[in-house]
Design a protein. Structure first.
Length: 376
């Protein structure tokens, strides 16, 4: 089996004004150990678009080879999920669709659409690339000279193996968004995108666009990534206003285990387990719900805590992630008056409150942090 050394690449080529979609959250190749083995129904992909929208015809999620044996080849369809036809699927009332497999261990928001069993739950091992595309009904010639108006396993997106998708595809198809997962078991690895998260970039030559940003995750195997809030860009790493966060997950945090409800990013005093690092320890409990867009942090040497407040601004319920619950959540107006309080909770319902600026105070394990919250 190949040594799994991951690199994640996200890209967007072209636009679809009527039906722009994004890969909003993804985990492939969950970690496994003797005491906490993985199962074939734990991988997940979340797609984001307009609330309640019907996905346009000719829209596909495709998986593309990134190893140097057949770089650019579209993987086979069927159980491996190489080609998933999303045409006509309807996004949930919160604008998301989640691809899962029967028997998955996740609690999923009722406001999303769940698409089951379009893969066997064991997607192609790295190196690979995931893309959301629309063919626009246009045909492109495959390796055998056959003209095809839908993606096919005979299509090679990079016939000259330079790490850039060939123009005959980018001229014909709209590449809305994508994410690549690269290992370093070959001399050359191929990422076809604008931002790359890579484990130990000194081990392989990553072929990519000259405009792509490379984020080195040191010796850590980042496995779980999501867009921050409703971001649409490609900033990542320890930068101002990043669009993406990614990190490691521990095998024994597997939600299939009786003592774990959610995956969470790893934590360590000696190495990086998430980028940006302030997200270390975050509980990954928002599948099919809006991604968190704001971070409130409190840390002590004895017990690091990370709290994430979303959505902000809010029209109703605000969520606190990063812990299964906190000791107290308090809403305070700008005059310093306590408006409402919830204990042993992770949500607060502001539906009945007036629009405006508030302070939200989070107390947990003897520490308190305060942040600003806008009610629309």
């Amino acid at each position: 089996m190949k040594k799994i050394l991951l690199a994640f690449t996200i890209m967007s080529i072209g636009t679809s004004l009527s039906a722009q979609l994004y890969i909003n959250e993804i985990m492939v190749q969950p970690p496994s150990s003797g005491s906490c083995p993985k199962q074939d129904n734990e991988e997940l992909i979340e797609i984001r678009g307009a609330a309640g929208a019907t996905i346009a015809d000719n829209t596909y999620l495709i998986q593309v080879e990134g190893d140097d044996s057949d770089p650019g080849d579209i993987e086979s369809g069927g159980g491996q999920g190489g080609i998933i036809d999303l045409s006509g699927k309807i996004l949930g009332s919160n604008g998301t669709l989640v691809i899962l497999t029967t028997g998955h261990p996740y609690s999923v928001s009722s406001e999303t659409t769940v698409l089951l069993d379009v893969t066997d739950g064991n997607l192609e091992d790295s190196s690979n690339n995931f893309f959301l595309i629309n063919t626009n009904g246009n045909s492109v010639t495959d390796d055998n000279g056959t003209s095809r108006d839908a993606p096919h396993s005979n299509h090679d997106l990079d016939e000259n193996n330079d790490g850039i998708i060939d123009t005959k595809f980018t001229d014909a198809w709209t590449f809305m968004d994508g994410i690549s997962i690269l290992d370093d078991d070959d001399t050359d690895e191929y990422g076809y995108a604008e931002v790359i998260f890579a484990k130990d970039t000194s081990d392989s030559n990553v072929k990519k666009s000259t405009t792509a940003t490379l984020v080195d995750t040191s010796n850590q195997q980042f496995r779980y990534f999501f867009r921050i809030g409703n971001s649409t860009g490609y900033k990542a790493g320890e930068v101002a206003n990043p669009d993406w966060v990614g990190g490691t997950v521990n095998s024994c945090d597997n939600p299939h285990n009786a003592d774990s409800d959610n995956w969470r990013f790893g934590t360590s005093g000696t190495g990086v387990r998430a980028l940006p690092e302030e997200w270390e320890g975050y509980v990954l409990d928002h599948l099919g719900a809006p991604n968190p867009d704001n971070v409130l942090s409190v840390s002590t040497l004895e017990n690091p805590n990370s709290f994430l407040l979303y959505p902000n601004p809010t029209e109703g319920i605000v969520h606190i992630s990063g812990k299964e619950s906190v000791d107290a959540i308090r809403l305070i107006n700008i005059s310093g008056q306590l408006i409402m309080e919830a204990t042993n909770a992770k949500t607060l319902d502001l539906s009945s409150q007036r629009s405006g600026l508030y302070l939200i105070e989070i107390e947990n394990e003897g520490r308190t942090t305060t942040g600003k919250l806008i009610k629309r």
